[in-house]
Design a protein around this ligand. Structure first.
Ligand code: APR
Length: 237
């Protein structure tokens, strides 16, 4: 008997999956948006108005990455990818590098990456670990003043939407982990796949869009994700 073919799998993650590694989310009471206004630090207008403030916000978050490590949820998703025999795409809204460090490979960071910088003069993108400032010269064109975090700000287009769209079109299973469902287009993915995929939400509390999922489980990601991965692998691997 041929083994059952596993469904195409798309997993969407948000800040909640990195919370137990020690990174704050955005909309929880201790989250980034409780301390800063989005319009001050996370829009192209904010960067034009006060680049030093925007750099300080992202420099602090980039520096924090050296103090944290992937947790059991990141590691379980990397193991799931290694063992999954069907199509697999991990889409994260997170700009941290914890999925990368856990070993995930088919990964889209749809909101950009803290450890990359981009030059507004020549559009070159560079791996970046140091603090950025308005005096930082671009390693490619040598001009200063144009280096920005390679982050998708509010009002900008998320990256690799074509690749995400193709995976959503053919998936049979969609899992959303640790995201509050406030930010589109990610918050709309569950509705896009509803007619063809089994949809599951794993979150500390019901998200804004929890009722759109066939199944919603509440709890910390480090418990819920390894448990789901074990279930999926016992059913399909
Ligand atoms: N395990 C699972 N879920 C958790 C945990 C945890 N340990 N801790 C918190 N959560 C949940 C919260 O209950 C919340 O619903 O994670 C969610 C985080 O939501 P947000 O802070 O809104 O983060 P996210 O959904 O990723 O934000 C989307 O908003 O500001 C932008 O660009 C930013 O990518 C980000 C986007």
């Amino acid at each position: 008997m041929p083994a059952k073919t596993p469904p195409g799998l798309v997993i969407l993650t948000g800040a909640g999956i990195s919370r137990e590694s020690g990174l704050a989310t955005f909309r929880d009471p201790d989250g980034a948006w409780a301390k800063h206004r989005i319009e001050d630090v996370a829009t192209p207008e904010a960067f034009r108005r006060d680049p030093a403030l925007v750099h300080a916000f992202y420099n602090a978050r980039r520096a924090q990455l050296a103090e944290v490590a992937p947790n059991a949820a990141h590691l379980a998703l990397a193991e799931l990818e290694r063992q999954w025999r069907g199509d697999f795409l991990l889409v994260t809204q997170n700009v941290d590098d914890l999925h990368n460090r856990a070993g995930s490979r088919n990964l889209v960071q749809m909101h950009g990456a803290l450890r990359r910088a981009r030059c507004l003069h020549c559009e070159a993108v560079h791996p970046w670990d140091a603090p950025l400032s308005t005096a930082t010269p671009c390693p490619a064109c040598a001009k200063a003043g144009g280096m920005r975090p390679d982050i998708v700000w509010f009002g900008e287009m998320p990256v690799e939407m074509g690749r995400i769209g193709m995976a959503l079109e053919t998936c049979g299973l969609f899992v959303s982990i640790g995201t509050s469902g406030n930010v589109y287009p990610a918050a709309g993915f569950v509705a896009e796949v509803a007619d063809r995929a089994w949809t599951v939400e794993l979150n500390l509390e019901p998200s804004l869009g929890h009722s759109r999922f066939e199944e919603a489980r509440q709890g910390p990601a480090t418990q819920l994700v390894p448990a789901l991965v074990e279930e999926l692998l016992s059913q399909w691997a």
